[in-house]
Design a protein around this ligand. Structure first.
Ligand code: GMT
Length: 376
């Protein structure tokens, strides 16, 4: 197949999934064309069957705002014509599905559009009155729609009053790459006195509730010598730095910023914290699980579809810092249980969310959509 992938290039789950999906499809012999305003973060390695097309945005004094949606649509049209694309896969509905719709109109329906809903495109941004009608329209007019969890599918159907068939295809991880490796050096650097290592990875947006991760850690540290690694960056970072200073725990909390290589950090970690307000799937939690790191998370969104409470980690109500801390302490002070949870995490990642299994699901779905006449 000749596939176009429109996605965000930045750090963030939808861009990661889009990029890894495209690379895997290219490995399987498909021709994949990534279309975005910058080179996607994880688009590295062998450039055999995949290509990158940058969306150029002309500026003009009259334009008060960037005109990304039409620029992306024009680029999709160009790539679809020159490269004879069969389909365009839009990751994160706003604005990718809208641009793809425009492109298909211009191309007289010569391409199919698959839209993957990732999370805040549905649960937050898309619900803004200024976007809602366009979101609903672009979902309804896609040839195929997937959601990364049952939770997100239900939310889409109810929030937007849509009756479309939505296929649930969960996030995935390359379990061959994401596996626990010896990480003594990392442990020695961050926890030289044998402290336990807690990790949180996110884009530091309010929806991630990073301050809760710090509060949980603050409680844990009263009982178990530990350090906290905070990976990522974003709008809440300064507030988090302040909170750490307020608690006077700056010696034990390391702000690592954005990181490319997560496997050594995860391999050195004992527990991952994901106290999110909303999480349609929780890709970083899956990556941690694949590296045998049990996850303590909130009970929101798609997290209960990923995590098995009492097996791969524990789930608590949003904001229940005390309970989360209790769960962390329970695991950190019971070595056998911790090991057992780590093994269960790895098993669950390999058996249910491995890249090969899930990419096959996307591939079959593409074939189904291509066989449909007109829009579905
Ligand atoms: O909304 C975000 O945090 C970013 C978003 C993205 O597009 O990068 O993440 C969402 O998509 C990921 C990949 O499908 C999911 O694993 C995340 O759970 C989801 N985030 C939220 O729902 C908050």
């Amino acid at each position: 197949m000749r596939i176009g992938i429109a996605c965000y290039p930045t750090y963030g789950g939808s861009g990661v999934i889009a990029t890894e999906l495209g690379k895997s499809l290219a490995d399987k012999g498909h021709l994949v064309h990534f279309i975005s305003y910058a080179l996607p973060m994880r688009l590295d390695g062998y450039w055999g069957n995949f290509f990158f097309h940058e969306v150029e945005m002309a500026s003009y004094p009259l334009f008060e705002f960037p005109m990304y949606t039409p620029a992306l649509a024009s680029k999709i049209v160009e790539v679809a014509r020159f490269e004879k694309l069969d389909l365009v896969h839009a990751h994160y509905a706003i604005p990718h599905a809208i641009s793809a719709f425009l492109a298909r109109e211009i191309l007289n329906g010569q391409i199919k559009i698959i839209t993957t809903l990732h999370g805040t495109d549905i649960t937050l941004v898309g619900l803004e009155p200024s976007y809602l009608p366009v979101m609903k329209f672009s979902i309804e007019r896609s040839d195929g729609v997937t959601a990364v969890s049952r939770f997100l599918k239900e939310k889409t159907l109810t929030n937007y009053g849509i009756s479309k068939d939505i296929r649930v295809i969960p996030n995935f991880v390359d379990t061959a790459k994401y596996q626990r490796i010896p990480a003594e050096e990392v442990r020695d650097r961050f926890a030289p006195n044998g402290e336990k290592i807690l990790i949180h990875i996110s884009n530091f947006r309010p929806v991630k509730r990073v301050p809760d991760a710090i509060r949980v850690f603050h409680e844990v540290r009263k009982k178990v010598p530990a350090v906290l690694l905070l990976v990522g960056d974003g709008p809440d970072r300064s507030a988090c730095e302040l909170l750490v200073r307020e608690f006077e725990i700056q010696e034990s909390v390391k702000f690592l910023g954005k990181q490319q290589e997560l496997v050594p950090l995860l391999s050195a970690s004992d527990i991952m914290l994901m106290p999110s307000q909303s999480e349609s799937f929780g890709l970083s939690a899956l990556e941690a699980m694949s590296c045998e790191v049990p996850v303590i998370s909130s009970s929101v969104g798609g997290l209960p579809e990923l995590q098995v409470h009492g097996e791969t980690g524990y789930i608590a109500e949003i904001g229940d810092v005390t309970r989360m801390a209790r769960y962390v302490i329970d695991l950190l002070t019971n070595q056998a249980k911790h090991r057992q949870f780590g093994a269960a995490c790895r098993r669950r990642a390999v058996e249910n969310f491995d890249v090969h299994t899930i990419v096959n699901l996307y591939e079959s779905y593409y074939e189904e959509c291509l066989q449909q006449k007109g829009e579905r």
